[in-house]
Write a protein that binds this ligand. Structure first.
Ligand code: NCD
Length: 338
């Protein structure tokens, strides 16, 4: 695809070559993310970061990624502080805000809302999560992490064995990740959820059409025993009619070090898009896994900055100018010394 000026709305926009391109640019961002160097390549550019749903890492890492490229960030969080509460349409809001920004990232509780917003926008729009539909940048950073983790074991993405665990019905991260895996070969997926929270049928069909082997189960321990990646997710409470309904499913699939030692292969990598629900009634990934070197959750969050920098650089067409506007850093930095 031609990245310049493009909206990033769905993971289905990308073919295998596009993904390789994004990952190559993400690799080249490492000296900047680790503060070995700074670049001013986006000096003067403005990111409109509009988050109408709770977010910690997606919102802040989009902002940090833009800052690391030398750009400025304007942020809106929640509906209360915007004219949407006065009845303004997404189209009008987009028309207005795109006059103030060079690129906009947006998260919104309704499926399809970010695409609707993009229709009114005069600048590229990046989907930071639209309801239960998609979260394309999370899928890219997840796959980028999988690629790095497997690379250290001498493996590639083709032939991957992955278990996705939890609320697969409402989890937009797993929806986008499944769609992304459709462009690779011979993937073995085990989809672990309560029956009521199963992966949508259309996604399972597209995985099978891609030639992948899909197993559907509600048993955790047997499904994590022969996988490269165990990808856990949170029960998406905000998509349920009530907290009580979400409570029915919370804590159904708990992974901790004892279960890992007993059932997983020694190299199985544990992933989660975060936030993990650490309340005792949920605790899908126990804190006792924090010492496990195969727990990749914080490598995922670090990789998110690289992937989001890459997307900004590609969409704003500066990927090959980043180094030209760079210099070494002059402050003490803890990241570099680790
Ligand atoms: C996810 C999301 O918001 O979809 N988090 C994220 O962006 N890293 C997953 C979740 O909230 O459970």
């Amino acid at each position: 695809m031609n990245f310049t000026g493009a909206h990033i709305l769905s993971i289905q926009q990308f073919d295998r070559g596009d993904i390789q391109r994004i990952f190559a640019v993400a690799d080249s961002m490492e000296p900047y993310a680790l503060r070995h160097k700074v670049t001013r390549v986006l000096e003067g550019a403005i990111l409109g970061n509009m988050f109408f749903e709770p977010s910690t890492r997606t919102r802040v890492s989009f902002g940090s990624a833009f800052n690391l490229l030398g750009g400025n960030v304007r942020e809106t969080t929640g509906f209360e502080s915007t004219s949407i509460t006065k009845g303004e349409s997404l189209f009008d809001t987009a028309r207005v805000l795109s006059g103030y920004s060079d690129v906009i990232c947006m998260r919104h509780p309704h499926s399809g809302s970010v695409a609707e917003f993009a229709e009114g926008s005069r600048v590229p729009v990046i989907n930071g999560g639209d309801g239960a539909n998609e979260h394309p940048t999370q899928a890219l950073l997840d796959l980028y992490t999988i690629r790095k983790e497997l690379h250290s074991q001498g493996r590639g993405i083709d032939g991957l064995r992955i278990a996705m665990i939890g609320d697969l019905k409402h989890g937009r991260t797993v929806h986008s990740l499944c769609k992304l895996l459709c462009v690779f070969d011979k993937i073995q997926l085990t989809l672990v959820s309560p029956k009521e929270l199963a992966m949508p049928d259309y996604i399972i069909e597209s995985l099978r059409e891609a030639g992948h082997q899909v197993t559907i189960t509600d048993q955790l321990t047997s499904s994590i025993s022969h996988v490269d990646i165990a990808y856990s997710t949170r029960i998406q409470e905000e998509r349920f009619a009530s907290k009580e309904e979400a409570d029915l499913y919370r804590g159904r699939f708990r992974l901790n070090q004892t279960i890992y030692t007993e059932f997983c292969e020694p190299n199985t990598v544990i992933m989660h898009p975060l936030p993990r629900d650490s309340r005792p009634e949920a605790n899908e990934l126990d804190n006792d896994l924090n010492a496990n070197p195969n727990l990749a959750i914080f490598r995922q969050t670090d990789n998110g900055v690289l992937v989001r920098m890459a997307l900004f650089a590609l969409v704003l067409d500066v990927a090959d100018q980043v180094d030209k506007y760079s210099r070494d850093v002059n402050w003490y930095n803890s990241l570099r010394s680790k």
